[in-house]
Design a protein around this ligand. Structure first.
Ligand SMILES: [Zn+2]
Length: 114
C-alpha cells in the first residue's frame, strides 16, 4: 500500500476562491473539485489476530484491515480531474496520523460532473 503521509497541510488543502475556506484538493494534481465516494473503517489487524475483535467507527461500515494496532478511518474521493484517492486517519497510540493513498481507478459508475 503506497501511503503518503501528509507532512504539509498544503499537500491536501488549498484556499478555495469560491467560499474563502480551506478545501480538499487532489493529492496528484491539486484540482479542487471532487466527490466523496464512500467512508469506511479498516479494522485493526492486531485485534483480529488476538481474536479480541474490533468494531468500525460509529456511522461507518467495516471494510478491510489495517496493519496498525488501531482502526483507520478512510474517506474515498473521486476527483473531477480523473484521479481517485483515499484520505486516511490512522490512530496510533493516541495520535491520529493523516495520509493519502492514490487509487488505481476511479469508481466505474461515477460521473465526475454529477
Ligand atoms: Zn487529480
Amino acid at each position: 500500500m503506497n501511503l503518503t503521509p501528509v507532512r504539509d497541510i498544503e499537500g491536501i488543502f488549498m484556499s478555495s476562491d469560491l467560499m474563502g475556506e480551506p478545501a480538499l484538493v487532489c493529492p496528484v494534481c491539486k484540482y479542487d473539485y471532487s466527490h466523496i465516494r464512500e467512508v469506511h473503517t479498516e479494522l485493526s489487524g492486531a485485534d483480529a489476530q488476538l481474536n479480541e475483535g474490533s468494531s468500525p467507527y460509529p456511522g461507518t461500515v467495516a471494510a478491510g484491515v489495517t496493519h496498525s494496532r488501531r482502526q483507520c478511518l478512510v474517506i474515498t474521493f473521486d476527483g473531477e480531474c480523473e484521479h481517485a484517492w483515499e484520505l486516511r486517519i490512522q490512530q496510533h497510540k493516541g495520535v491520529n496520523y493523516i495520509s493519502t493513498r492514490v487509487l488505481e481507478q476511479r469508481s466505474a459508475d461515477d460521473d465526475p460532473v454529477a
